[in-house]
Design a binder for this molecule. Sequence first.
Ligand code: PHE
Length: 354
Amino acid sequence: MNDNTSNSKAEKNMNINTDTKNNIQNELNAAKDLKQLEQVRLKFLGKKGTITLLNKEIKNIPTHERKEYGATVNDLRQLFETIYNTKKNNLETEHLQSTLNDSAIDTTLPGATFGMGLGAHHILTKVYYELLDILISMGFAVVDDREVEGAFYNFTALNMDENHPARDEHDTFFFDDNTVLRTHTSSVQIRHMLKNKPPIAIVSSGKVYRSDYDATHTPMFHQVEGLVVDKGTSMAEMKGVLWELISTFFGRKTKLRFRSSYFPFTEPSAEVDMACFSCNGSGCRLCGGSGWIEVLGCGMVDNEVFKHVNYDHTEYSGFAFGMGVERMAMLKYSIDDLRLFYDNNYKFLNQWRG
Ligand code: PHE
């Protein structure tokens, strides 16, 4: 039973008693958390635990001593369980308290906003409204119409018949031969002229679509296009309107030039350039060394367009201009990749939330 054969049975029992009692007390008291406490429990009451083994030993004890031996082991077990239960209760309360402390919620703190704040207009919307506001202040009315457009309104009436090479240049999305996603908002002006007689001063604006994708093109972008038709409308008037528009938008010091160009729907046609804001006209990487940056297209409405909308070109004249909202925003805020507007990078967009 026990290698300590020199001791009397009573002594053996006494030894079990005092040694094990002390051990039980020391080990249970030393347990710092529930995990350690469980280890102590296994050490004494597990399959090979001290008390378990003592209990098993009972079969080797002479019959007349069994009663006393059994009672001793039983006392040990009871001692263990009493201390263990108290300890367990204390540790559980401690654990609960610390969990509660760790996850304490202060309901008086302001809600987490994750830095998002309130919603704000996208920079393109701001630029779009700014351009429209300037034109509205000069007396223009804002019109819009459908985005899925007939080829007649998008091309033919604008002096681009089926074989006109400019149709290709528009990188059109076709539904069929006669139906397209509008490639510019000039189609809206055709619809407006067919329904209204001069004088008119309108801005057509909204989404337009071209199959193109790089740093300065996205398949969808926004245009703001003006049209004035009246008796005696002149190129000088057009220049005045465009000067007012561009210098209000970019600043009064902006230098402009009108450069002769070509559009099927205007004659004469011009492109408006702005002195490069980076080098102020001396030539740099941004303006490709020319000193000038192209801002918009414009011109006097072509007689062919008037014929298509039944306006008498001997009585009326008109001017038109068109610009991309994204391009205007890029120029104003020195952004070199148009796609940034659509990536929805919060840090990028947040620069203009004010
Ligand atoms: N509609 C033209 C375009 O989308 C722009 C433009 C409008 C040019 C009016 C001249 C006059 O390219």
